[in-house]
Design a protein around this ligand. Structure first.
Ligand SMILES: [Zn+2]
Ligand SMILES: [Zn+2]
Length: 543
């Protein structure tokens, strides 16, 4: 399945010897972590290297959890750091594998690999005692953003499918190792990294799903054939322990979660976020990546071809965190850009910051080659609080929408740039006593809450609104005081975050249609809301 390792790539293991983590084992989230995260954010990786001890954090060695074994090989090479507490096993990495990257990609979004601050509070975490879910969730139409598993080398693994049901591997988005880079220049896999077996050794998992169950290769640990896999690519061993397997066709790895996970904003929650340094790229039609090398320490060059002509992206990462990029397009034009990472803000407000740009977007449409357009917004600089923080104490509904891509970006079809259709929305998890639902699509501008779509009186047996649904429930008023869906039509530059909230109600709200604004809806349902859920998504107006 993997198209073979390319030995001609002379990539020197990039930062593979860098282990990033907290300098003071034993403290969980303190000033040191904050400082360390900021330093990592500033990409001061070589400096960090000198500060770190190789000591592995955790409890006594005899209490070392079983899961630690799978990560040992990469702990030894200092590609990762690990630690654990009562409930979780934590893996810190800079998101850069030691194998060659990017070569072989034929559907490319002009992203390149940059180190990521998966460390401290932003480390990956895996439950130590996975709990089989009462209602196991498939990844077929959900969890389309963010990681669903973590490879033993500290690289996240995303859903192999996007929202249109397209298979990342099949459509040429992946390199020979099954990975590529997302919008934040974050490298991740979309299929099981079975190539890691060579490094990890026999008998150990190659990855862990984020529900805590291990993922093994194509065979059982004794080399025997895998039989009796369930719909999620999993089964129980003779001792009754559940595990997943890699397969050469879809779902490639866990096709769902046998174990409990929290779904929030369309992804497993919490999970680390990637930090962009530069604006995200656009698809470059007909480009094929032919080479990726470290030309000298800290300097990298990606070479691609478009219809026989060569282009390249070269970049140098400085100790102060600055990244200097030089883009040479296939027509011979050249342009340089310097990106300086911004210091991230501290979280702390109850309203969760926008979901991170985590990955790649839709498949290529025609685009001019060249550097990502800088529309003045620069990298986002809010650090997401990665603790699960529901917006209320009410039971949570899981909301999803096929209008979003795997990064949580809404398709232009649902905005003023497209057909202005109202998006399809689905939800699950309502209490049985639900009498009806209400829905609101809203956005918090710096000083004001905006409302685009209000529906109430949605019957309790409805859990799906189709695209352009007009005959379900009662349409309330948008901010233009019209009983209609008001397509988003962002005027300012940059990425904006919007929300779809669905409310499960114990009674019909007392609300007349000509007064049914978002504010009036919220006050009418205040005491009858028995569950709610919010899907965050992003919209960026392309000019
Ligand atoms: Zn098995
Ligand atoms: Zn991806």
């Amino acid at each position: 399945m993997l198209r073979g390792l390319i030995s001609t790539v002379t990539l020197v293991a990039w930062f593979c010897a860098v282990s990033i983590g907290t300098a003071h084992p034993g403290h969980s989230h303190d000033e040191n972590d904050e400082q360390m995260l900021d330093e990592i954010a500033a990409r001061k990786l070589p400096v960090l290297l000198a500060q770190l001890s190789t000591e592995n954090r955790g409890h006594d060695d005899d209490k070392r959890p079983e899961i630690a074994k799978a990560f040992d090989a990469f702990l030894k090479t200092k590609a990762i750091r690990t630690r654990w507490d009562e409930n979780f096993f934590y893996v810190e990495s800079n998101g850069i594998p030691s194998h060659p990257m990017m070569v072989g990609i034929t559907a490319w979004q002009q992203q390149v690999p940059l180190p990521q601050p998966y460390s401290g509070e932003n480390a990956w975490r895996i439950p130590l005692r996975p709990v089989p879910a009462k209602t196991p969730l498939s990844t077929k139409n959900r969890f389309l953003r963010g990681a669903i598993a973590l490879a033993a080398n500290g690289i996240p693994i995303f859903n192999p499918l996007n929202n249109r049901g397209e298979d990342s591997y099949a459509i040429g988005e992946l390199d020979e190792f099954g990975g590529h880079c997302g919008r934040a220049d974050d490298y991740h896999y979309h299929i099981a990294p079975v190539h890691l077996e060579k490094t990890i050794g026999k008998g150990l998992p190659i990855a862990y799903a984020l529900d805590g169950f291990p993922i093994y290769g194509y065979t059982e640990t004794d080399g025997s054939k895998v039989v009796g896999l369930d719909q999620f690519n999993g089964h129980q061993d003779s001792k009754g322990n559940y595990h997943y397997h890699a397969t050469k066709t879809y779902p490639y790895l866990n096709g769902g979660f046998h174990g409990e996970v929290t779904e929030r904003g369309g992804q497993v929650d919490p999970q680390p976020r990637a930090e962009p340094v530069r604006p995200d790229g656009r698809p470059l039609r007909d480009a094929k990546i032919t080479d990726f090398v470290e030309t000298q320490p800290g300097s990298y060059k990606l070479t691609y071809e478009v219809r026989g002509k060569q282009g390249s992206v070269s970049y140098v990462l400085a100790n102060d965190g600055t990244a200097n990029f030089t883009y040479v397009d296939p027509a011979g034009g050249s342009r340089s850009e310097t990106y300086t990472p911004q210091r991230r803000g501290r979280g702390g407000n109850d309203r969760r910051p926008p979901p991170p740009p985590r990955a790649d977007g839709p498949p290529p449409r025609g685009e001019q080659p060249g550097p990502p357009r800088d529309n003045g917004r620069g990298p986002k600089n809010t650090r997401q609080d990665n603790k699960a923080k529901p917006r209320s104490n009410l039971p949570q509904l899981a909301i999803s929408s096929a209008a979003l891509d795997e990064n949580g970006y809404i398709s232009a079809e649902f905005t003023c740039d497209g057909a202005s259709a109202s998006p399809p929305v689905e939800w699950t998890g309502a209490p049985p006593e639900t009498k009806c639902y209400a829905l609101s699509l809203w956005h918090t501008a710096p000083d004001i809450e905006k409302s685009y779509w209000v529906i109430y009186g949605i019957p309790s047996n409805v859990t799906i609104l189709a695209k352009n649904a007009k005959s379900t429930g009662t349409l309330g008023l948008n901010d233009k005081r019209r009983a209609a869906y008001d397509p988003m039509c962002s005027k300012g530059p940059g990425i904006k975050t919007y929300h779809i909230t669905v409310y499960a109600l114990s009674a019909e709200p007392k609300l007349s249609a000509n007064e049914a604004t978002r504010a009036n809806l919220l006050s009418a349902i205040k005491n009858i809301t028995i569950a709610e859920g919010t899907l965050d998504f992003q919209y960026e107006r392309k000019k």
